[in-house]
Design a protein around this ligand. Structure first.
Ligand SMILES: C[S@@+](CC[C@H](N)C(=O)[O-])C[C@H]1O[C@@H](n2cnc3c(N)ncnc32)[C@H](O)[C@@H]1O
Length: 250
């Protein structure tokens, strides 16, 4: 008997609207549950993402799938001009409330839009980040292409997401946690295990840090690397758009 499908994971044309439904449901409790399910560690993982982004005051940054704004606020606290983009009205409303109360909210712009076609200018950002977002896109490769397009030549592109540990015993333990324990947060807070069962389901269908690394290299990013956190349960992919694209000669 095949397992019951997760109602928020729908490959194909319905993917985006299901993901939007998911975040509309969980937005009011998103930050709290992040702290609970990661034992507060997601704050540390995001700090590491920011360190790898190496923000300089005056840089322009784009944070795709910004959600409630965690990464955007951190970038802004370094004096960076940040645009946070997300398609979920509910998540952006939480981000806007936080921006009104956080010092780092000043100079930060939140915008509603689709990470797959942002409509933003080519070659515009020194830093382009996506944190726990690429896995949710209907076409993650297209997401990377959009990040490349909007990054300035020489700009840094970074992806943070759930990973797939190389060590199979560790992957097994971690996947058991995601599959059997994390859905309880959905049941407790929303009476719906699928809201958080979605994490495991979407990760199974995502190539994680190794696949993203291979794709970034194939696309021509430079200085491509993977930062594995806690044995790879989380992964940060880092790459740089070449400063000068050399014309190919036959
Ligand atoms: C797991 S949350 C991550 C939020 C935040 N970046 C963080 O690290 O806490 C994923 C976010 O991606 C957004 N998202 C998913 N698909 C999107 C798309 N195609 N365009 C824009 N936002 C999208 C969702 O609305 C949600 O806010």
């Amino acid at each position: 008997m095949s397992p019951r499908p997760n109602k928020f994971y729908e490959p194909g044309a319905e993917r985006a609207s299901k993901v939007n439904d998911l975040f509309a449901t969980i937005a009011p409790r998103y930050d709290l549950i992040n702290d609970l399910q990661s034992f507060g560690l997601h704050r540390w993982w995001k700090r590491r993402l920011i360190r790898w982004a190496a923000p300089q005051a005056g840089d322009a940054a784009l944070d795709l799938c910004c959600g409630t704004g965690d990464v955007a606020f951190r970038l802004a606290s370094h004096g960076v001009h940040v645009t946070g983009l997300d398609f979920s009205q509910a998540m952006l409303e939480v981000a806007a409330r936080r921006a009104a109360s956080e010092v780092a909210g000043r100079g930060l712009l939140f915008q509603q839009g689709d990470a797959l076609r942002t409509g933003l200018a080519d070659n515009a950002y020194d830093i382009v980040t996506i944190s726990y977002g690429l896995r949710n896109l209907a076409d993650w490769k297209q997401g990377l292409r959009e990040m490349w397009r909007v990054a300035k030549p020489g700009g840094r592109v970074l992806v943070l997401d759930f990973g797939k540990p190389d060590a199979l015993w560790w992957r097994g333990l971690y996947f058991a946690y995601l599959k059997n324990w994390v859905p309880r947060f959905g049941r407790w807070f929303f009476r719906d295990a699928d809201t958080h069962g979605y994490i495991y389901e979407s990760l199974l269908n995502y190539p994680a840090q190794r696949g993203v690394e291979a794709e970034m290299s194939a696309m021509g990013f430079q200085d491509v690397r993977v930062v594995n956190i806690l044995g790879g349960i989380m992964g940060i992919n880092v790459g740089r758009k070449p400063a000068a694209l050399v014309a190919q000669t036959a």
